[in-house]
Design a protein around this ligand. Sequence first.
Ligand code: IMP
Ligand code: MG
Length: 200
Amino acid sequence: MSRTSDMSADVERVLLSETQLKSIVARIGRQITEDYRDSAHPLILVSVLKGSVVFMGDLMRVIDLPCYIDFMSVSSYGAGTTSSGVVKIVKDLDTNVIEGADLLIVEDILDSGKTLSYLKSVLLARKPASIRICTLLDKPARRTVDLQADYVGAVIPDAFVVGYGLDYDEKYRNLPYIGILKPCVYGGEESEQKKEATAR
Ligand code: IMP
Ligand code: MG
């Protein structure tokens, strides 16, 4: 049995296939190209490590404009499936000055929104010409802070998903599709997210 099928065995069902992901990325790329075409400012795509690297790699190739790329890493989940609420910068941008640039934050998934709202405030303080958020996935049911993305690939239900860059405990990032992880993989039939929601 191949290693990929080992990973697939932990997936309850495929939420977004490779074909669906490709057309989502193409649509967002076209939209971004259109929106920034007439801007006089340099466009910098800021990928949030590590979850967004696959999306970023595909997205940057369908943006038909000159642009720069940079990476940031912030702590969020660790080994669990729910946010600790503690956000800190693990790796900052390599670009020292972003003043006057159009910043587009590229994220894998907008969940509670804690990570992105923190990141947005940190980057806004550096006075970019504009700042927008592009997220592949959006789980609005889980939002605890008031934050919306400017570009959304797909709105998904409240389930823990892996693949196409997204991980559980650093695993499954290289699955070519996005799938819902079997709850038994992270302990028990009932998801931690559901338990947390019931407790609230
Ligand atoms: P937030 O701060 O709660 O919005 O969390 C955002 C981060 O949590 C994402 O960048 C992911 O790394 C992680 N995350 C949230 N939901 C999922 C999921 O369903 N699968 C994998 N990672 C997730
Ligand atoms: Mg993660």
